[in-house]
Design a protein around this ligand. Structure first.
Ligand code: HEC
Length: 148
């Protein structure tokens, strides 16, 4: 009788645990599913805005930051490198020179679109009239993020 009681007790415990476990598992499953949908929607949105027109060259080590992608897709790298001066200043030097305030971001974004000279020497920065203010800001934010 005693033995039967223990067995019964044990199986109740097991049943209880089992019940709980499968319950939390199915909860976890549904959260995962929700997360996946959220992530999918987010990346779709990101592609619609920042990345839609920068092409599909995901292969070949395209940088993942949206600003870096925009820079890689434009002609910036004919005159700029991240770490060294080329025709224009190294992006790390630009990052050192300016704060990351919204005003500085706008100034530099305008410079990318309109071009200009005088801050680093007499060689002018080529204008990029086809780049939107949003994209230019994204590029600038990436450049300023190189600050050490
Ligand atoms: C034809 C060469 C050339 C190209 C192409 C070019 N730049 Fe420049 N860039 C320069 C030069 C030269 C300067 C320095 C201008 C100065 O002295 O004010 C400069 C300056 C800058 C600055 C600092 C501006 C300032 O006022 O301090 C940023 C930011 C910048 N470039 C970003 C870019 C980005 C982003 C691209 C691509 C969309 C790009 N550049 C393409 C030549 C170039």
């Amino acid at each position: 009788m005693k033995k039967a009681f223990i067995v019964l007790g044990l199986s109740l415990v097991i049943a209880a645990c089992g019940g709980k476990k499968s319950g939390s598992e199915s909860q976890a499953d549904s959260t995962n599913a929700a997360n996946k949908t959220a992530v999918a929607t987010n990346s779709d949105a990101a592609q619609d805005t920042a990345a839609s027109h920068i092409g599909t060259d995901k292969a070949g080590g395209t940088p993942s930051a949206p600003g870096a992608q925009l820079i890689a897709k434009s002609d910036c790298q004919t005159c700029h490198k991240e770490q060294e001066k080329l025709v224009g200043p190294a992006f790390v030097d630009v990052a050192k020179k300016y704060s990351s305030s919204p005003a500085a971001v706008d100034t530099l974004a305008n410079k990318i679109i309109k071009g200009g000279s005088g801050n680093w020497g007499t060689v002018p920065m080529a204008p990029h009239a086809a780049i939107s203010m949003d994209d230019a800001r994204t590029m600038v934010k990436y450049i300023l993020s190189l600050k050490k």
